[in-house]
Ligand binder design. Sequence first.
Ligand code: GLN
Length: 207
Amino acid sequence: MTNIIGVLAIQGNFSRHSERIRELGHKTLEVRRADQLSLVSAIIIPGGESSAFLKLLDPELKNALIDAISAGMPCLATCAGIILLAKHVTNPAQESLGLIDIDVVRNAFGRQTDSFVTEDILLADGMYAMPEACSILPPNTNAIEGVFIRAPRISRLGAGVRVLASYAAEPVMVAEGNVVAMTFHPEMSNTCVLPHQLLINMANREN
Ligand code: GLN
């Protein structure tokens, strides 16, 4: 069976994620209703504005997302997505789904005008230890590019959370079980395909 990768499409940068998945040769489905989750084998929670996500996420879809991800559906969360999945959120404090054991501080790198692109996101031991990553690691380098846009900062890592990549000696991409989450936007970089490939490989392993 060909895996269909779902993209939560209620707010934010979902269409760039869908394009990236299609560029990598896989089908996508933009998920807007709870029943659509049964059609996908992985889910992407895009960046955008996490407070708007919370307003727009109806309780049925929210509960279905919590159930699917808790039951092991591979999940890739970026920027506002990592804020949505964290345990505790500050600056300002807001509700979150608690699906990865980290705390985050919103907007920790400054305002929209402080957004930046970097090629210096360094892959860490956790990435090299992932069986789903070994066939897709970039050759001859341990660095990937990413775009930080009003990005959050990870302020606490739970004991079961592995660091997959760091920037300026801080964790910016982490994983716990089936959840991979990052503070930057890989879909805004033409070269940063590793996170999406990783999700596709995780989905393939599930089936
Ligand atoms: N600052 C946004 C928030 O707090 C996230 C920004 C983004 O996803 N690029 O939700």
